[in-house]
Design a protein around this ligand. Structure first.
Ligand SMILES: Cc1cc2nc3c(=O)[nH]c(=O)nc-3n(C[C@H](O)[C@H](O)[C@H](O)COP(=O)(O)OP(=O)(O)OC[C@H]3O[C@@H](n4cnc5c(N)ncnc54)[C@H](O)[C@@H]3O)c2cc1C
Ligand SMILES: *[C@@H]1O[C@H](CO)[C@@H](O)[C@H](O)[C@H]1NC(C)=O
Ligand SMILES: *[C@@H]1O[C@H](CO)[C@@H](O)[C@H](O)[C@H]1NC(C)=O
Ligand SMILES: *[C@@H]1O[C@H](CO)[C@@H](O)[C@H](O)[C@H]1NC(C)=O
Ligand SMILES: *[C@@H]1O[C@H](CO)[C@@H](O)[C@H](O)[C@H]1NC(C)=O
Ligand SMILES: *[C@@H]1O[C@H](CO)[C@@H](O)[C@H](O)[C@H]1NC(C)=O
Length: 488
């Protein structure tokens, strides 16, 4: 993910409060589940909305019959048993950053299971593994590990949640070297549909262990992640902004970067271009400086209008810079498309966006952006070696991943914006196909609810995921009662 909201912050000319509190309505439909929770639990808190619980307005606008905040795996298991026995629809929230309405929240009579208090990080005795609660955000996870000089393959934002991120892949600054974040999970503790708590790792329940890497909301509620640790290093990086007149040069330079960035897997860069007068590039090297590499040369030669790149920074410095560009509480949408890198296609697609969104030109209440991230062959190879269920392949070299994102204010027409975004993705898909560039990978963490990440994976993997689901949830309870997330 890369910055897009410098535009909103400056163009909108408004300062949004970082945390947005959403009061619960006073009267709500009766819910047998909420009554049961009240009778069942002493410790579990009900109806507590953590400020800033959700990234998008579409999520925070929903209002469940109650929210329940378990603090242990056993409580999650009891809640899940109650919910399935009484047949209540439910949602599960960890970091609340999946933007679409209903992904991690639900309207009454549904109930929301909020894992925000399951947010501890502890190291194993040999420090090889971090035990991380699903309700943790990546910032506190990194902060906890950093005194030991350690890090895990995790989010490029301090605020994104561990829980959802790891169930859809997870692209990290460490991914070019180690693969998706999910490929670096050593084990899971999971509450299954019937309330049973199981461990899934290479020894216990190995099929479920494999499946969880693309688990979304299909197999159970994860109550603990065991993440492999690796040595932390200082970084080089930052963000530059550019005059639009250099867009084609930048897209071409990104291809050059992609060709040069090698097997060491230290380098990440991204191009953000859309409705803003300017476009942006982010540079993120997992080494303290760039003295020994030429991979960034072409990118750095493009004339810029502002620049924060610097040596010897911490991961935290980099993340805080990115997060400052993503205010919480706006209407938000993510969509995705993958293709074989091609500078002219990127520029043509952007131009098509300017055409489709012409009715909003100059409207400071909306910003939309293509965040283009090269996914290097080294990342795809690492995922392939780990037999990642996404089934991505390094056979054809690197892939350009698109996150088409948009942010807008309450007063604008949700349906109109969503349909324009869908039209823009549709144009890209058709055009990429015609130019022989389309890659059918639909990255789950960036997908919108009308996209189908599971249909994009190899059939054999899909069948194996279905078999695992049949084993852990033979009665399709989660399919029926848990509408959020992506279903196989
Ligand atoms: C500002 C921003 C930056 C981002 N940066 C990146 C990035 O760098 N790389 C990347 O790959 N993605 C990134 N994403 C996408 C992000 O990975 C997904 O939105 C992810 O789902 C967020 O996880 P969460 O726990 O915060 O979300 P939530 O909204 O809480 O959960 C997402 C989904 O997972 C389900 N879920 C959550 N926890 C559990 C659990 N314990 N057990 C079972 N199901 C669960 C929820 O029910 C929901 O359907 C970013 C998103 C935003 C908004
Ligand atoms: C866990 O969440 C609680 C409640 O939001 C918060 O007070 C606490 O600081 C969090 N702990 C960590 C390690 O983030
Ligand atoms: C961008 O570059 C063009 C062409 O050089 C120039 O006309 C324009 O004023 C520049 N825009 C900004 C915002 O600097
Ligand atoms: C590498 O770059 C850093 C930061 O620019 C600089 O301080 C350092 O002297 C350089 N080292 C070498 C060996 O050139
Ligand atoms: C590689 O490219 C060829 C030709 O475009 C295509 O037929 C094939 O499916 C691609 N393979 C993978 C693994 O993406
Ligand atoms: C719960 O489901 C799992 C997976 O299907 C099964 O192995 C276990 O026996 C079930 N437990 C109970 C108590 O039914």
């Amino acid at each position: 993910m890369a910055p897009t909201l410098q535009s909103v912050a400056t163009v909108l000319g408004l300062l949004l409060p970082y945390w947005t509190v959403h009061a619960l309505p006073t009267s709500r439909a009766n819910s047998a589940c909420c009554d049961a929770f009240r009778n069942q639990f002493q410790a579990v808190q009900l109806d507590l909305v953590t400020p800033g619980a959700y990234f998008s307005a579409q999520e925070s606008d929903l209002s469940p019959s109650c929210r329940v905040n378990p603090t242990t795996a056993e409580e999650v298991s009891q809640i899940l048993s109650t919910t399935t026995q009484l047949g209540c629809k439910f949602a599960v929230r960890s970091g609340g950053h999946m933007p679409w309405g209903g992904s991690a929240n639900i309207d009454e009579p549904g109930v929301t299971i909020d894992l925000g208090f399951l947010n501890t990080t502890t190291l194993s005795e040999d420090k090889q593994v971090a035990h991380v609660g699903p309700g943790s955000r990546w910032g506190p996870v990194y902060d906890t590990l950093s005194p030991d000089g350690l890090v895990v393959v995790g989010g490029r934002s301090e605020h994104v949640g561990v829980g959802g991120y790891l169930l859809g892949g997870g692209i990290s600054f460490f991914s070019p070297r180690f693969g998706f974040a999910s490929d670096n999970v050593a084990g899971y503790q999971i509450a299954l549909a019937n309330g049973t708590i199981v461990e899934a790792n290479s020894q216990e329940n190995p099929d479920l262990f494999w499946a969880m890497r693309l688990g979304s909301t299909n197999f159970g509620i994860v109550t603990r992640y065991d993440l492999k640790t690796t040595a932390a290093t200082k970084m080089w990086g930052g963000i530059r902004s550019y005059n639009r007149s250099h867009a084609l040069d930048a897209a071409q330079a990104l291809l050059d970067f992609d060709k040069k960035s090698g097997e060491l897997g230290l380098d990440s860069a991204g191009l953000d271009i859309g409705s803003s007068d300017e476009f942006f590039m982010n540079f993120d090297r997992v080494e303290p400086n760039i003295n020994d590499t030429d991979v960034y040369d072409s990118l750095l030669s493009i004339p810029f209008t502002s620049d924060t790149t610097r040596s010897d920074v911490t991961l935290k410095n980099i993340l805080q810079e990115i997060d400052a560009l993503f205010p919480i509480g706006l209407h938000a949408s993510f969509r995705t498309l993958a293709f074989t890198s091609d500078a002219q296609f990127m520029i043509d697609w952007w131009q098509e966006g300017l055409k489709i969104f012409a009715p909003y030109e100059g409207n400071s209440d909306l910003s939309w952006t293509f965040a283009f991230t090269p996914v290097p062959a080294s990342l795809l190879q690492a995922a392939e070696q780990a037999n990642d269920p996404q089934g991505v392949s390094a056979n054809n070299g690197s892939v350009m991943l698109t996150n088409l994102n948009a942010f807008w204010q309450d007063n604008l027409d949700e349906d109109d914006i969503q349909s324009k975004l869908a039209e823009l993705i549709g144009w890209g898909q058709t055009e990429a196909q015609q130019r022989g560039l389309l890659n059918k990978w639909v990255y789950l963490n960036y997908a919108s609810p009308d996209q189908k990440p599971y249909e994009s994976i190899p059939e054999a993997n899909l069948q194996r995921l279905r078999d695992v689901r049949q084993n852990v949830d033979p009665d399709s309870v989660l399919q029926n009662l848990w509408p959020g997330g992506f279903k196989i």
